[in-house]
Design a binder for this molecule. Structure first.
Ligand SMILES: [Zn+2]
Length: 79
């Protein structure tokens, strides 16, 4: 499984190692969310295999990223 950056993975090109589906991180399906570690699994939309996991940031990390990347879209705005 690929360890993806919360802020950038939605626009990254991701390829499923199992079925070779290829697309952007935002096209992946949500898998399991581990509340104790804030880690979410993302699944291939074609074969539903796990292809990525993402560590969700703390509020301070979001503020820091926004300050360092003004106006940059993460893909989370659409939700
Ligand atoms: Zn797949």
């Amino acid at each position: 499984m690929k360890n993806c950056n919360y802020f950038t993975f939605k626009f990254e090109l991701i390829t499923c190692p199992k079925c070779f589906w290829s697309g952007q991180g935002k096209d992946l399906k949500y898998g399991e969310f581990f509340e104790d570690s804030f880690i979410a699994e993302f699944l291939c939309p074609n074969c539903i295999d796990q292809v990525a996991f993402v560590q969700f940031p703390m509020t301070e990390e979001v503020k820091k990223w926004e300050a360092e990347n003004p106006g940059k879209k993460t893909g989370w705005e659409e939700e």
